[in-house]
Design a protein. Structure first.
Length: 143
């Protein structure tokens, strides 16, 4: 699924840098999307929203995960007309998918790792990415 808004006036597509945004259906996508949109406005960049899902997630569960993260991105974009963006859903390992998607990006934006969880996506991205990695603390985890 891909969607692109109107190009920013005065900027050609080839002049834009990419910001890759890792969104997960974990309840924190709003925070990540908001920070990414702020950076895109600041840099005059194009946003590439990437949702990585478990390959075994299918049917209604997959559809709901897609809708939830898509809504987070749209809420963050509200009021920021003209920010070019695309949406992509990838099945597989989150770290590998985000690193591959960000291989030519200027910035990768991800949510912080849950200290109680076993996944260390943000940590691995910070260690291995060839671009700036912005780790977004989430409101609920921060409290």
């Amino acid at each position: 699924m891909a969607y692109t808004t109107a190009w920013r006036p005065g900027r050609r597509e080839e002049e834009l840098v990419d910001i890759v945004v890792g969104l997960a259906p974990d309840g924190y996508a709003d925070d990540v999307a908001e920070v990414a949109v702020e950076r895109a406005v600041e840099l005059g960049a194009r946003l590439r929203f990437i949702q990585v899902v478990d390959p075994d997630l299918v049917g209604a569960d997959r559809d709901e995960a897609d809708r939830a993260t898509f809504r987070s991105a749209l809420r963050a974009l509200r009021g920021h007309r003209g920010v070019p963006c695309s949406f992509q859903v990838v099945a597989g390992d989150p770290t590998e998918a985000l690193l591959e998607s960000a291989s030519r990006a200027a910035v990768l934006v991800v949510g912080e790792d849950d200290p109680r969880g076993s996944a260390h996506v943000a940590e691995e991205c910070r260690r291995r990415a060839h671009c700036e990695v912005v780790t977004v603390p989430t409101r609920r985890r921060a409290s």
